[in-house]
Write a protein that binds this ligand. Sequence first.
Ligand SMILES: Nc1ncnc2c1ncn2[C@@H]1O[C@H](COP(=O)(O)OP(=O)(O)OP(=O)(O)O)[C@@H](O)[C@H]1O
Ligand SMILES: [Mg+2]
Length: 463
Amino acid sequence: MSKATQDKNKSVETLNLTPREIVAELDRYIIGQGKAKRAVAIALRNRWRRLMVPEEFRDEIAPKNIIMIGPTGVGKTEIARRLAKLTRSPFIKVEASKYTEVGYVGRDVESMIRELMDQAVTMVQSEEKERLTIKAAEMAEDRVMDLLLPSVKSGELFDDSDEDSPKRTMAQTRQKLRKMLREGKLDNRTVDMQVEQPVSPPITRIFTNMGLDEMEKNLSEAMSQMFPRKSHRRRVKVKEALTILTQEEANRLVDMDKVVAEARLRVEQYGLVFIDEIDKVAGPSNKSGPDISREGVQRDLLPLVEGSTVPTKHGPVKTDHILFIAAGAFHIAKPSDLIPELQGRFPIRVELTSLSKEDFVRILTEPRNALTIQYQKLLATENIQLELTPEAVEELAAMAYRVNEKQENIGARRLATIMETLLDNISFDAPDIAPAQFKVTAEYVRERLADMVENTDLTRYIL
Ligand SMILES: Nc1ncnc2c1ncn2[C@@H]1O[C@H](COP(=O)(O)OP(=O)(O)OP(=O)(O)O)[C@@H](O)[C@H]1O
Ligand SMILES: [Mg+2]
């Protein structure tokens, strides 16, 4: 089974993962925060349940949006990131602070729905392409054979006239050729072909980076479609020709109307928007400065969350059943500083707790992408076997915890700076001392870090 088909099956599976299974998946990466994981898992399951409800009642069920509240660096964004990988449904994560009220210069909140739709279209399109690969590959084979043997056109392939007719022989030659092609025997032959140059995406990227809004981005996209695509003749190896032509044929075969319809269905039925840093738009607006449109952003968000229709370049998209999950540290503004209407639209509140020293120990070692594992893998490429004793890990966790207490509490992010400082020497020296085994003991941790942890100035700048 190809990778994309597997993924597609996965998407159906993911949609009906049980809450327990979703939590188990999240557990592989995120330590603790059970309440938040539960809430998210239930919300996801509810979307599947809604689709199982008889149709005439389905529209009556509104998603139960969630707000996650908790200090910095305890896993809010990380949960969202993992969800994104887990739910193969349309998902975007945005930062509330990036948006401005309609009428001010900047990005309006509706653009998140447009982005979600774009993303879904890309996703469905690539699934479609993958589904059509076999057909596209066959067509590409035909075209490559035309290039190799211009005189034997594919139309003449099936001919039942008598054995010796020249057409018959050609058909046979073609079959032989196809066999050789499939066996890779012709991979190193070259053919002359017309190669389309991709429309230069960098231009679009520059536009986005300059912070120009959607309209101008679309404009530049439209312009690039107006001008004829550049293509030029090139001599390429058969293998490369097959790849290029398969892509071309797949693009041609994909029915974009169908793709857009499916994408819209997915967005409307089980799209998910994660709004991070929602606390940055909470709180009373000051009369001047960058705060001016905070409350405006909240007001603009209301209709989206409440259910409205957003025009996108792929047609109108209804937001009634899109699930919104918001998150914020709320250490200055409080959830109650959000305008009441918006609060009401996020009925489920979950608090994430600050992490303990024991959590730090687990975070350092347990997740699949735990920091210690990352460093081990990186150094292994230099032939350095890195080992951390359990006591060393304890000591690291304790130090991270202490620095968080003494300085600002930045949660698990502290572990990253501590690890980097701890392994600074070995990271630098690795190529010179390899191959080697390197054992980090509690002693080594203290030696490298204790001074820094005690010295407030150093801590502030380094850890
Ligand atoms: N509970 C946790 N389990 C495992 N890793 C964690 C956990 N919490 C935080 N981390 C690690 O710390 C990093 C920062 O966490 P995250 O981005 O989720 O913070 P946050 O809660 O969104 O904070 P902020 O309010 O500052 O955005 C993550 O990339 C992750 O590696
Ligand atoms: Mg965050």
